[in-house]
Each structure stands twice: as C-alpha cells, then as structure tokens.
Design a protein around this ligand. Sequence first.
Ligand code: GLY
Ligand code: MN
Length: 457
Amino acid sequence: MFSRETYISRRNELKKRVGSGLILFIGNDETGCNYEDNTYDFRQDSSFLYYFGLPYAGLNAIIDIDNDREIIFGDELTIDAIVWMGNQPTLHEKAGMVGIDTTLPAADIKGYLEKAAKSGQKIHYTPTYRAEHKLKLLDWLNIKPGAETPSVDLIRAIVDMRSHKTEEEIAEIERACNVTADMHIAAMKALRPGMHEYEIVAVIESVAAANGCRLSFPTIATTHGQTLHNHAHHHIVKPGDMLLIDAGAETPMGYAGDMSSTICADKTYTSRQKLIYDLQVASHLASVAALKPGVPFKDIYELSCTVVCQGLKDLGIMKGDPAEAVAVGAHAMFYPCGLGHMMGLDVHDMENLGEVWVGYNGEPKSTQFGRKSLRLARPLEPGFVHTIEPGIYFIPELIDYWGSEKRFADFINYAELEKWRDFTGVRNEEDYLITADGARRLGKKIPLTTEEVEALR
Ligand code: GLY
Ligand code: MN
C-alpha cells in the first residue's frame, strides 16, 4: 500500500470536489466459482483501492461529507476463518493504515444509509458491475437492479483524479510494465513451431507469477490474431504462422501493464508477413511520435488509420484517398478497434465508470463501426497513462459480409483482398505516460520491428 497520507489526501480532495452528501464505496466480496468456498481470485474494486487501499474482501466504506465522517464497515475474522485462512490485522488496524479511525460492523451500513436517505442526504455511488453490488443497493437502499442512478458528480471527480497519475503510481505502473515486457520477451525466446499456444501461455504467465504479480486480464496467445480478443489456446503453432500475444501483469497493489506482440513461428517473418507487419509498425510509430499534451487522442487515432489505409493502398488492397476512406469508416475492415485506452488500476482504466467520461470527457461517441470502439478520444494531459495498439486484421467473416454488399467498394479492392483473407492479424502494443512536453514509454522496451523480434528467435 502507499502511505496513509496518500489515501487521506486523496479522500480530502474527493470531498472537496464532490462538495456535499455522502459517498458510498461498495467494496468487492469473494465470489464462488463452482461452489461457494472455491472462489475466483479476489480482486478489490479499483476505486475502493484508490481511496482506501485495502485489498480485502467484505469491506464497504462511506465518506459522509455533510457530517465529516469516514467509516469502513466490515467484520473481524471469526476463529474458523483464522483456523483455515490464517490471521490478519484487525479491521481497526487495517483502517488505521489508510488513515481511518472509525470502523463499524458490516451490518451497520444499512442503518447508516437508511438514516441518511431519510434525512434527504444525497447518496453518491458509482455504476455497478457485479451482481453483488446490485444486491447490496437493493438491500440497503431498496434500489432495484437496473434502476441505479450513479452520481455523475462523483464519477467525474474520480475520473479526473485517477486519470492524473502521481509519481508513486507511475513507479508502480512501470513495475507492472517491466514484468509485462519480460512476459513477452520470454515468449519470443520460447516459441517454436509445433508447440501448442497453451505452452506459450504457460511461459508468459510463469513470468508474472515469478515476479509476485498476477495477470491484468486473461492472456491472449493465438495463431488466429484476426480475432481481436481470442482466448482459445489449443491450436498448434505451425511453421509460417504468427502468434499474436496480448498479455499483462498486475502488481500486488493492483496496477496494470498491457502489451501486445506478434511473433513469427519461424526464425524470420516471411516477406508477405513483413509487408503488413511493417505497416502496423509504421502506424504505431507515427502514433507515438504524435503524443503530447493538448493533442486529442482521437486525432492520433485518425492518423494511425490513415497510415494503415495509405499502406494498404500501396499494396493494392485499398484504393482512393486514404483520408476519405478513414472519414467514411472503410478502414474498419482492417482496423475495427481503437488505438488505445487509459491504463492504471484497471487495464482499461476506470471502464466501469463509463467510457464517455473516461475517454470522451462527456462528449458523445461515434456510433460508426470501428470508430465506436475507440475508448480514448479526449485531448491528452500530463499524467495520463495509456496504451498504443493499432492493429491490422484480415477477418474472413467481415470480408465476406462487407464483400457481399460491396460495402466501401470505392475504397476496398475486394479482388485483391481475397488473396489476403487468411493472413490473420498483427498487433503490437506499448504503454505511454504523457509528460509536460511529450510522452515516455513505460517499462522495458519489447522488440517491435521484425529485425528486433527476429534477433530473439
Ligand atoms: N489488452 C486487451 C485490450 O486492451 O483490450
Ligand atoms: Mn490494450
């Protein structure tokens, strides 16, 4: 955990920004996987971690701004729990570590909230993303699932604070990024044709475990890289394949890394693979070069798309004016996702608070296929941490679907594209911090160019 002063000052700042009412932080509980006692790996809610630091199940918290009280609600461990799970500091001791004096039994939160609601106090809470959150709101405040009204004032305050990473947070993220880079480098060294994808997953995930980290999201390691989030790992990697890896570590404090690489199964990429791979790298590097405060990330996305369209035009796969192709959305045949997303205590940082607040500062999002998947669009500010991950994908189902309608036939050369339908996909991803006058890559460099990857094969 950070020092108690960090959590005290974060809460003081939040109180100032929200101004009045009561802020309810719903902590996460243990969740049974296939029976109650066989639980999913416990993960605390990220905003709870940000303001209260405590990575324990069974806690909820209130910041009662109007009555100047901060309370953590939870129960002491029973003797049975201690026998099976071991002892822990008392709840009061845990709360003390993050600067909270008042703890109350878990069951008392209902009465506290009922009283606050009766007295007309505004109760601020964030959007729910687990069934247990909805059940708690139903139990405590009789708010029916689906009828929640999260507080926009609270969301905006949290998003603004969590978006600007402090030095101590950047050090933690950089730790996650260094482990993440080692996960990719180990995979680059270990991959051989004939291996199953899951053998590489084992290599990747063992690096995280060996560094005291867990995963920031389920590992992607696939020879079918055209499927953006492919979690199947059972294929054999054949000569001539590429293995697309998207994997990241999460530090014990909850900070994430997130990188992608696309590795040739053989010692070198084929000349055909290089054509698309080099184009992805060109789009990636053009995006990185454009990073600086004040530039809307949306503009960098448009740039990354235009580079891809120009390159595909040079290969005869696209035609027409690349900028026009991007404006109408024709690029999404090959690049149907965004350029990157915020990263911090969540791999897609604060996504549960609403993309429109995190990535768009309340501005409306595009609904156009491809462009609608851009998670970050707002002007960049110093302290933002985000990924850069343009991709080029050949998705047979999309080729057939759009091809049957001749969609964007002014920009897509379907006859040429047919020759590429089994190419799969290329994505490389790095993590960046926006600085006062530019950007800095976080963590060790992973091989990016074909020469850099081939040097490890
Ligand atoms: N690393 C997975 C993603 O960014 O969506
Ligand atoms: Mn990512």
